[in-house]
Design a protein around this ligand. Structure first.
Ligand code: LLP
Length: 448
């Protein structure tokens, strides 16, 4: 048995027994670009964009927007634009990246529970398609910003539907006890709709909700959809307005390890679209345009990370720790959420995975572990260890803890590799540091 790895995707093994991604030998990638290295498979990323767009289009008027918090850089935004998707941004930085990549602003949705005045002004100036208003404070700030800019802005309201998806506590957002959105069951949401409709600076086009992330149960989506359909009916009854857009958020789960059982994308489309149509028909209401915003399911499976194995420590009868040249700085998910990954030794793919090891990161922190108890061909210093499904929430959540520079990212496809994010240098690390004149030289007490 080899180390486990996902089947399909652009992943193969060549005659030398090396892992190949997007037609490129991972050993060559490591030699050329160094490690740790993020590798993004262009074919897989684009295919995932298309799959979601196509399955939702089958059911009617729909738009898929990519949640750029998952993985954002110029090349990623450009690919999303080419694939015809919209883009969800949650900060001035994500918006800036999208605009610099030439992303069409009218296809951008701006989310976030505490957008600053500067960010709102920036969004208005850029002409983003929708601002998703999260709370009353923001509604007020946005109205003022619209007045200042002399613009009217199309908005959605973020609604907290009170639906719990079965997933990790930190990534659940639809339940009532959440920092996000206008709460539906308390009547807060209807009040927010009335206020938005009454605001001359705002054009309320619809509603948004997001029930969580890494969701496997399509029933959670169906249930949330019913709740939102009923709310559309309530809005119509109370105000006479048919809202024409419904954004059901993201959250579609992916496979990280054996035992993860993501559903097929068609089933997500079916759960949302069929449920919505049935409910609205029953209520005598028209279908709105449906928007979804997957992130993980597009970028996650398209990414791998390549590390070099270094030191190791064997504690007889306990375990063998094998350390790699990255860790929680490039992938904080295991430390943060207890997330699990599959791994292989990329330069020895045909060898038997006959040793159980735990893979540690290089940070000065015991919690910096990447993998617990994985079977690999006994890792040796210099081997290349690859973790799979790291395209989502790895680079985007990376840090410079311990002043470790962020890895580079390469885009691979059709046997070609291109650098899309340069490796950070030590110089980059001190780019914003300032050394006041008086701190230079010896300590004043000593020099006296
Ligand atoms: N839309 C909204 C409003 C969101 O808050 C999110 C994710 C998405 C869409 C995209 O969700 P996805 O399809 O990627 O599941 N850092 C965590 C995940 C946090 C998700 C935050 N919101 C992790 O590493 O698992």
């Amino acid at each position: 048995m080899r180390g486990t790895m996902p089947r399909g995707a652009g992943i193969e093994v060549n005659q030398q027994g090396h892992l190949v991604v997007g037609g490129v030998d991972v050993v060559d990638l490591a030699r050329e670009y160094g490690t740790p290295l993020y590798v993004l498979d262009e074919g897989e990323f684009r295919k995932n964009c298309r799959v979601f767009r196509e399955v939702f289009a089958l059911y009617g008027d729909s738009q898929v927007i990519y949640a750029s918090k998952t993985l954002s850089c110029l090349a990623v935004c450009a690919m999303v634009a080419q694939e015809g998707l919209g883009l969800d941004v949650v900060s001035g930085g994500e918006l800036y990246t999208a605009l610099k990549a030439g992303f069409p602003p009218e296809r951008i949705f701006f989310h976030g529970n505490n957008k600053t005045d500067e960010e709102l002004a920036m969004a208005l100036q850029a002409g983003v398609g929708r601002i998703v208003v999260d709370n009353y404070f923001e509604m007020e700030r946005l109205r003022i910003a619209c007045q200042a800019a002399g613009r009217r802005q199309a908005v959605l309201l973020r609604i907290t539907p009170g639906v719990e998806a079965h997933t990790h506590e930190y990534v659940r957002t639809g339940q009532i006890d959440s920092k996000f959105g206008f709460t539906l069951p308390t009547g807060d949401a209807l009040q927010a709709v009335r206020e938005a409709l009454a605001a001359p600076e705002l054009e309320l086009t619809g509603l948004h909700c997001h029930i969580g992330s890494q969701i496997f149960e399509m029933e959670s989506y169906a249930h949330a959809t019913e709740v939102m359909a009923d709310f559309l009916a309530e809005v119509h009854a109370a105000t006479g307005v048919h809202l024409r857009e419904l954004n059901m958020g993201g959250g579609f789960g992916i496979r990280y390890v054996e035992g993860d059982t993501p559903d097929r994308p068609e089933r997500w489309a079916n759960a949302v679209m069929t449920t919505l149509r049935a409910r609205l028909d029953h209520l005598g209401l028209p279908m709105p345009k449906v928007i979804v915003e997957p992130g993980r399911a597009i970028a996650g499976p398209a990414g791998i990370t390549v590390y070099t194995v270094g030191s190791s420590k064997h504690i007889p009868g306990v375990r063998r720790y094998v350390a790699v040249d990255g860790g929680m700085t490039d992938n904080p998910r295991p430390a943060l959420y207890g997330s699990r990954y599959e791994a292989v030794i990329a330069n020895r793919m045909r060898e038997a995975a006959d040793e159980m090891v735990s893979v540690a990161g290089r940070c000065c922190e015991s919690g910096d572990m990447l993998l617990w108890d994985v079977r690999l061909p006994s890792p040796q210093a210099g081997d290349l260890l690859v973790t799979f499904a790291t395209g989502a929430y790895n680079y985007s959540m990376s840090s410079n803890y311990n002043r470790i520079p962020r890895p580079a990212m390469v885009l691979v496809g059709d046997g070609r590799a291109e650098l899309i994010v340069r490796r950070e240098s030590y110089e980059d690390l001190i780019r914003n540091d300032l050394l006041p004149e008086r701190l230079k030289g010896p300590c004043p007490a000593e020099s006296a």
